[in-house]
Design a binder for this molecule. Structure first.
Ligand SMILES: [Zn+2]
Length: 121
């Protein structure tokens, strides 16, 4: 990745207090091992909470790597959004994710308690 997107991602990560813009989960950027240990989860489970640079306007729709277009999202939310044929608008997707979380249907149930509701992380 080019420096600009890494710096945009770091900027967003700090601005969002280290939490995913969609699901609100804490994220890790360097050490999945530390993250897994801190939350008492497996390394595989930690994988989905990796910090990614989320393009608010998708690259294929002309979105750039500059700060205004980059948010910090966990790998899972990022992937799920861009798997869609037409990625939903960020706010619509955030509302969708929040609804799914309330229904216990986003991250697996055991991660809700250990990661999503762990406000101390
Ligand atoms: Zn997320």
């Amino acid at each position: 990745m080019a420096t600009s997107i890494v710096s945009a991602r770091t900027h967003a990560y700090i601005a969002q207090s280290g939490r995913c813009i969609y699901c609100g989960a804490p994220m890790w950027s360097r050490s999945p091992e530390d993250f897994a240990a801190a939350h008492g989860i497996s390394l595989v489970d930690a994988g989905r909470f990796q910090l990614t640079a989320e393009h608010l306007t998708a690259r294929r729709e002309g979105g750039s790597n500059s700060r205004p277009n980059i948010a910090a999202a966990c790998l899972y939310c990022n992937r799920m959004r861009h798997q869609r044929k037409a990625p939903p608008a960020p706010l619509a997707y955030q509302a969708f994710v929040q609804k799914r979380i309330a229904q216990g249907k986003w991250h697996p149930a055991h991660l809700h308690k250990k990661v999503l509701r762990n406000q101390s992380a």
